[in-house]
Design a protein around this ligand. Structure first.
Ligand SMILES: CC(=O)N[C@H]1[C@@H](OP(=O)(O)OP(=O)(O)OC[C@H]2O[C@@H](n3ccc(=O)[nH]c3=O)[C@H](O)[C@@H]2O)O[C@H](CO)[C@@H](O)[C@@H]1O
Length: 373
């Protein structure tokens, strides 16, 4: 087998990083000899997640540019140029067959450098409303892979578009629910509620989840595992402590800063409460998990509303608008669903029907085709 090299880039939030890691892992499984390198920024979540996933990581500079000229923007422009120079040199050194970009600021300089060097590029857009980086980069890419066909409307006409769905990590595609529940000590009939914001947490969801903690902390057979997001963890625990809630004595409630191995938690959950980022929803539907979704209202073009609707319209999820989110509202929705196992299993079935586990293989095929020229 040929020892091809690939460069993967995409960063800032988990929503860009995990699809990139999924493709990297899929490529590695298909081409075990291949070498795969990840280019990201030192400040993004990728600097933490990529080394944990076992891929060599190179940090370059990148910055988001605004339309108007300010001193800050000039500095950003300067960093972007430095990032472009670093990416250009690294690509020269690594000489990959293909560069794969999944959006976020950092994909800008890396894909541009690939184009300057004549290296084929595939980009993947996760949302129905494409981010600025991918809108610009789709002009330079040999292939622009989409999760939603609707995204094509916002791309330049010369973009070469393929609809693949969103690539989900193999560890999530292959996880076994029974095994995961057993490992967590859950008995048959126990209910696991899993809650988190997006990859960076969400203070609005943290606040509402406190009501679930107050209510469920002394309920037998109901478990609640919540990730606050790295930045909110300490303050969240302090606030609970100030209320006199001692979690040490409550084995059914567990608070994490972040779920590093979310596959088991997602698979084991009976109901998931989260935002409506595209990667999370692709994972929920591949696993067929029912959810209460609270779309982040400030996402570009309100794309999380669109993502959430796609599940809610088919009966796979219930949506609570962020503006209407309170602890009481969330608790009453959770209680209603837990009291209706038939509805939960119907939601689970509809959710699974929406899953596109084949997206990963489609993307790996496309990358290999590009690599072959
Ligand atoms: C606020 C905002 O604009 N968010 C965007 C961002 O979100 P964000 O990064 O939050 O979005 P996603 O929901 O798409 O992805 C989160 C990823 O992090 C993982 N995860 C999350 C929490 C945790 O504790 N552990 C863990 O592993 C999830 O399994 C998932 O793979 O990128 C997504 C993809 O472009 C967009 O759809 C979102 O709208």
């Amino acid at each position: 087998m040929r020892k091809w090299r690939f460069v993967v880039t995409g960063g800032g939030t988990g929503g860009h990083i995990y699809p990139a890691l999924a493709i990297a892992q899929g490529l590695k499984r298909r081409l075990p000899q291949a070498e795969i390198f990840y280019l990201g920024t030192a400040e993004g979540l990728e600097a933490d997640l990529v080394p944990k996933a076992g891929f060599p990581f190179y940090a370059i500079e990148a910055a988001g540019l605004k339309r108007h000229l300010t001193l800050r923007n000039l500095k950003a422009l300067f960093r972007a140029f430095r990032g472009l120079g670093a990416a250009y040199r690294l690509l020269g050194h690594l000489s990959p067959r293909v560069v794969i970009g999944t959006g976020g600021y950092v994909a800008g300089p890396v894909v541009l450098a690939a184009w300057l060097r004549g290296i084929p590029v595939l980009i993947h857009e996760q949302n129905a409303f494409p981010g600025l980086t991918n809108r610009l980069l789709s002009r330079l890419a040999q292939v622009t892979a989409l999760t939603f066909p609707e995204a094509a409307r916002y791309l330049p006409r010369r973009a070469r578009v393929v609809v693949t769905g969103l690539p989900v990590r193999e560890e999530i595609l292959n996880v076994c629910r029974e095994e995961a529940r057993k490992q967590m000590g859950l008995k048959e009939g126990d209910k696991l509620l899993l809650s988190f914001g997006g990859s960076r947490g969400a203070s609005r969801i943290n606040e509402a989840v406190k009501e679930l903690i107050r209510y469920f902390r002394d309920k037998e057979g109901i478990y609640l595992f919540h990730a606050t997001g790295q930045g909110h963890y300490e303050s969240f625990l302090k606030e609970l402590e100030a209320e006199g809630i001692d979690l040490g004595s409550r084995p059914n409630i567990k608070i994490f800063p972040y779920f590093y191995y979310i596959a088991d938690y997602l698979a084991a959950a009976d109901l998931v409460i989260c935002r409506a980022g595209a990667a999370t929803l692709a994972e929920l539907t591949c696993l067929g998990r029912p959810a209460i979704l609270i779309p982040y209202p400030y996402a570009t073009g309100r794309h999380q509303d669109y993502n959430a609707r796609a599940l809610a319209d088919k009966g796979a999820a219930v949506v609570i608008e962020d503006a209407e989110l309170t602890g009481e509202r969330l608790l009453s929705e959770v209680k209603r669903l837990l009291a209706s196992p038939a509805e939960l299993s119907r939601m689970a079935e509809e959710s699974r029907r929406l899953g596109k586990p084949e997206a990963l293989n489609l993307l790996v095929d496309l990358v290999i085709r590009l690599a072959r020229g």
